[in-house]
Design a protein around this ligand. Structure first.
Ligand code: AMP
Ligand code: MG
Length: 401
């Protein structure tokens, strides 16, 4: 059986960044830039005042207090019309252009208004004080963002500053979620004998939206029969990623791998040495040389589905988005209590990390989503039959909100 690292490598070997598309600024957050961005302006566009106050000649303030005559007032957006000569000052607001002749701005708090004059009190001005020079933050022709940069709100602001309303960015992956099982009923229904509510559509759509940064197609429930599975999976194969839940184990109605193969999805692996999540199935459906669907058959138990999603699906989606396929953030933390690890499979255990320490939760197995609501991480216990002692440092995957 493959180990986790081998399985992840096979997944990533089949995942490549999606093509770049022209993207309006309003849709660009969370995408990866596919071009370098060059500024069409200097910023600031003029020597500007960074305070409300008076533009002066610094030498005029050598001996304080002193009085200067007010020439004019410049607010942000206005342009100075007068040169500041010795003995004169221009009232100026934050962001406004510094008038010719002036070489310092005195904050309004260090002045007193006296009719047409301003009295400078406090400290003598130094040349250049409270002035930011034209082009100090960026200049026309400068490359301000490089290809491959993740567009966060900060980058949206900068793109707007340099006049870009559309950018070339990697497309958002189209992801579909299809759950399988005769026992499933909609959350709105009261389960009858033998039935349970479908929690995985909500869980996996939420995870996929969080990871892809886009809308996710919820394909609902397919029953455990070949015809229905074929129909539903066929619809799912028009996406970049198809996430299935259930039907990949060894039960008599676990038909998903067979149906996937029949529909032309080439199996890459089935089963990973992992707990929970061992029955994971992964394959690829090639439509054209540069267009394919990555297909993940996750085990139906909700916690198994979550663990497989975090270990394999999230990194694949990151890769398609042009991001480093690092998955969830990892950390090291000290166990607060002893923990018995059983068996030969590495185990991801729902846990609660608090600063430097981690507490494994009382967890009743892969169907126990309730306990998982108290978790903010998955703690990794390597395959060993032993007690991990309080104080031992282990590795954890930090779940995203
Ligand atoms: P399976 O992988 O199909 O053998 O399912 C394993 C377990 O997960 C069974 O107990 C299923 O009832 C449960 N299960 C399967 N699909 C879902 C789902 N969509 N929501 C909640 N539990 C599920
Ligand atoms: Mg099933």
């Amino acid at each position: 059986m493959l180990n986790i690292a081998e399985a992840l490598k096979l997944v990533l070997d089949h995942a490549t960044p999606l093509p770049a598309v022209p993207t309006p600024l309003g849709d660009a957050r969370g995408r990866v830039l596919a071009e370098s961005i060059v500024s069409d302006i200097d910023s600031p566009p003029h020597d500007k005042s960074i305070v409300d106050g008076y533009a002066v000649i610094a030498a005029d303030t050598a001996d304080l207090p002193t009085e200067l005559t007010i020439l004019e007032e410049i607010t942000a957006g206005a342009v100075p019309t007068r040169t500041v000569d010795p003995g004169w000052a221009t009232r100026i607001m934050t962001g406004a252009p510094v008038p010719p002749g002036a070489d310092a701005i005195v904050m309004v708090e260090q002045t007193e208004l006296a009719g047409e004059h301003v009295r400078i009190v406090g400290r003598s001005a130094k040349t250049g004080q409270n002035i930011v020079r034209r082009g100090a933050s960026l200049t026309r022709g400068q490359t301000v963002l490089q290809t491959g940069k993740l567009i966060r709100p900060i980058e949206l602001g900068l793109l707007a500053e340099v006049g870009r309303t559309t950018v070339s960015a990697i497309a958002t992956p189209k992801v579909a979620v299809l759950v399988t099982g005769n026992e499933l009923v909609a959350p709105s229904e009261t389960p009858g004998p033998g039935q349970i509510r479908n929690s995985n559509s909500s869980l996996l759509c939420g995870l996929a939206e969080q990871a892809s940064g886009g809308d996710v197609s919820n394909l609902g429930i397919a029953r455990d029969n070949t015809a229905e599975l074929e129909r539903a999976i066929h619809a799912g194969l028009s996406h970049d990623v198809l996430i299935l839940s259930g039907g990949v184990s060894a039960g008599v109605l676990d038909l998903v791998p067979k149906v996937l193969t029949q529909l032309g999805v080439a199996e890459v692996f089935h089963k990973v040495n992992l707990k929970p999540g061992k029955p994971l199935w992964f394959g690829v459906c090639r439509h054209t040389p540069n267009n394919q669907t990555l297909v993940f058959g996750l085990p139906g138990n909700p916690v198994s589905s979550l663990v497989c999603f975090e270990l394999f699906v999230r990194p694949a989606i990151q890769m398609l988005r042009g991001l480093p396929p690092t998955g969830l953030r990892q950390a090291a933390a000290k166990l607060t209590c002893d923990h018995q690890q059983r068996g030969e499979r590495p185990t991801y255990w729902p846990s609660s990390v608090n600063g430097e320490t981690v507490t494994p939760l009382s967890w009743k197995g892969s169907g126990d989503l309730r306990s998982l609501t108290d978790a903010n991480c998955l703690a990794l216990f390597p395959a060993e039959e032993r007690i991990f002692h309080a104080g031992e440092v282990i590795s954890v995957l930090l779940l995203e909100a």
